[in-house]
Unconditional design. Sequence first.
Length: 650
Amino acid sequence: MLPRRTASRWSWLWPSLLLLCLVLAAGGVTWFLLGTASPASQPADPRVTSDSPFLNIRPEVAYVGDEACVSCHADLAKTYAGHSMGRSMEPVAGSAFGEQFTSEARATFVRAGFRYTAERQHDRWLHHEEPLRGSTASLRATCEVQHAVGGGGRARSYFHSRDGFVFQSPLTWFPRQAHWDISPGYENNNPHFDRPAVGWCLYCHVNQVEPIPHTINRYREPIFRGNAIGCERCHGPGELHVRRQEWRDGMDVTIVNPKHLSPALRDAVCDQCHVEGEQRILRRGRGLFDYRPGLPLHEFVSIYVKPKLDENELRFVGHVDQLHTSKCYLSSSGKMSCTTCHDPHASPAAAARVGYYRQRCLQCHEKQGCSLPVTERLQANAEDSCMDCHMPATRSEIQHAAVTDHRIRRSPNLLKAKTAARPAPADSHGLRPYVLYHEQDRPRDDPDRDRDYGIALIESARFELISTASTPRAARQALAQAVLPLLDPAVRRDPSDLAALEARAAALWLNEQHDEAARAYELLLRREPHHEVALREAARLALETNRLQEAIELGQRLVAVSPYRWHYHSQLALALLSDRQSQAAQAACEAALAVYPLAVEPRKLLVAALLDQGERAKADREFRLLLELDPPDRTALEAWYAERTRQPAR
């Protein structure tokens, strides 16, 4: 036993040791959530581990661009330039697609309270939007579009970009009708000029882009590495092939030729874009452009589709899965594919279209052709078109457009059959369940199956639940309680998995575990301070829970990461105004309106900020502009303004 004096001398040690243990324990929790996953926890890269005979699947093999292909494949390059994939995206300057800018082509049209105008000034293409009630030049939004997307003849939309941020315009040219109208999908939910062109959108419409990590719609400049879908998207990177050829077993292994692939790998080349699905979730550790032709697509992305309610249900993006349910495909033992009917290098001329596709049908049906007599067929269709009978055009989800039914139904009578509409089945959280498109290819014991499904549900909920104020609280919590058991193990298994971390934080918020959600976002942002979605959601959560200083700090970081989203500036303005920082709120509102002058919310906040500062004349002017925007709560706004202007400024 120590003497009393000695014990007193060292008595400080025990509380210090206890404090050190507590700090280490807390640090251990943080390390558990933020620490780098061990190499063993990272999924293997199929580009490295695959036993494919093709050498260009390797990640170090570089893309060289279409120009390197032309010298040896000039004929294919020429016909491909007229194919819809070869025209999927192009700069508008110098374009000869055929857009018209006349009154007959409805270059000015009205939709949902706004007047839209498409204008061409030499090589500059301008799109304008203004409210019908607007009387001042300041109430006009204008953007210069630089690229057109869509070369298949149904619809042609437009991108505008600034500092690497890419957005879609609300105006679209419909060539079959030869007129302008609102862009597809904008009819009921119009994002105006603020719709970001996200990675998956560009993946299937342009040759290649390089997303800046953890941003929604920013890309390294030059943004587009090639314009339209190029040769290497179907054949893989061409660096080896342009240097040399190496033949094994009758095929050149320096470049993928899909005809040498197994049916599943061959179909994956088309599936990478033509199975869009409801949600596409990048597999853990994968990048947007990591997939290489010749490899299994499901190793790179989990594609979720909604189960069909009945055999007559069609989706615009369902061509591939429609084909896979057809008797033609199922009876072919894997021989039939998209390229059985579609030449990927050339499109038939319009006048030759019927005969071209009839010959494709006769490849299999020459001996046992159509059971209807020729006279009856000609009465129904003067061109004796197989497609018009067995693959009729149907209404699509895109206005002005129709799609071809790829189920290849045998009996024309069956094509007209309709089943009674019935409500979509839904889980307890109100979302219709998803089906993994490549379900049969994923091992049942794959630990990332749950991870991918949990992220997919959260991504869907951002639009179907979180953004809907009328969604019952029980449904939101039911979703969270379904998702958290899927994501908790994923985060423990790989603390560097930012997609799972963010989805888990969103689920905690849905479950009204606000403190836990805030901590989850904080931990994620320590690892990646510029994560746009995490900054946006963490700022919203802080504002909702009245943590104003935190909401302001996060909002300032958010607008620094993404300065061209007016919603972000408006959200920051609301936090500043709630904290009585009216001058700073005014500046944030003005920044929002500089991005998009027709935004209602920041103009409302600007009026309030000006009144708080005693700027009555400026507030009057902004309030008049606000009313010209025809806000939905006009009567309530007028009553609010009358009340505020009767009171002295705070």
